[in-house]
Ligand binder design. Sequence first.
Ligand code: PHE
Length: 453
Amino acid sequence: MSQSNRVKFASKLGMILATAGGAVGLGNVWRFPYMTGQNGGAAFILIYLACILLLGLPCMISEFIIGRHAASNTARAYSKLANGTAWKWVGFLGVLTGFLITGYYAVVAGWCLQYSAASAMNSLHGTPEFFKSYFADFSTSGWKPLLWVIVILFITHYVIIHGVRNGIERASKIMMPVLFILLLVIVVAACLLPGAWKGVDFLLRPDFTKVTKDVFLGALGQSFYSLSIAMGCICTYASYYSRQTKLLNSAVQIASIDTLVAILAGLIIFPAAFSVGVNPGSGSSLVFITLPNVFEQAFSGLPIIGYFVSFSFYILLSLAALTSLISLHEVSTAFFQEELHISRSRAAMIVTGCCTLIGVLCSMSLGQWKFLNIAGRDLFDVFDFVTGQIFLPVGGLLTCLFLGWYVPKKVVKDEFTNWGTIRGTFFGVYYFLVRYVCPLAILMIFLHQFNVV
Ligand code: PHE
């Protein structure tokens, strides 16, 4: 398919909301608030903003440039620019990363659906022990989580087969505003709780004594994960951007939405947790064990409000996970469609089928099929580790080196300035960051994970 007749997002708003939907995900809700609370509150937020500005944005723009320039799936996009060199494998790595994440992300997205259904039926009530065993029993119970994996992948599949405009763009234009409204309503409910201000204070008061090298590297890693860098998603969506799209402006808007959602999630979790004196943890235990208990206690005097807050929160979480899952699915669907020359629906079928299988194996490895483990890590953990801690930094590093050192500067500058039609005031800064600062920073995170630095 030539560049000109390739499908494009129909509107600027749709394009921004779709890409922001890919970026806004579980990382915003279950990881960012916790990291902020643990690492110095507003001091961490400031460092995080600097990481987004100096590192996340340049990496995002680099993927935009590669994707829009090539107007094809991520693997072919790199191949087109790589002229037969080994750089093409970086694109394949991006597709592989997106593909592998789709399967295990669907498992967690499925948990969000189960909790949405359970809170809709008003069955999330009990003691802290109840919530602990509820989650442990459910996530290891075999068929129930599998059912939800199939449901969420089916919904994703449905959106994907309707195409970029009628599927992804239309769905994002509905889901993202709903997500925002729910977020704001729950923030207000949480901040009106008695004693909530202690949580706001904890989250937003800068404590520079907590800032260490680990905090910097943690902020850096979180900014990459949160913007979905090096997973193929950004590059694939950018392949549907028009030549008029201003890449720098779009990246700033998308990163702002992503960061705002993360901070607002913090303004739910900390005020609610502090008002009942519970210490919030992170990850799956925070949203599936601690928070249901917090909502139960915080709204014990107002059960109706508690019901709506809990239900809205899990719908919010499901929407955040779903929009990310759609962006992940699209990476592989575009790949199979264009590389195997098959229809979009057949390509989507292959992806849904394979990812269901990965999801089933990951989910079962947590419970009944404990033999599915590698070196003591269950399969779920293995996928998380390999994609998040190895493929993501390696892919991100190679992308920066590819764009900064291999791709001709003229190609990069033309894309950045829309062929000279917009001012390239920041091009010099961007190019410097992508050539020197980003590769070094990513290398640091990578080595730090293995305790080398
Ligand atoms: N950026 C998403 C989040 O913050 C995570 C994600 C990673 C989504 C990779 C898609 C691809 O949760």
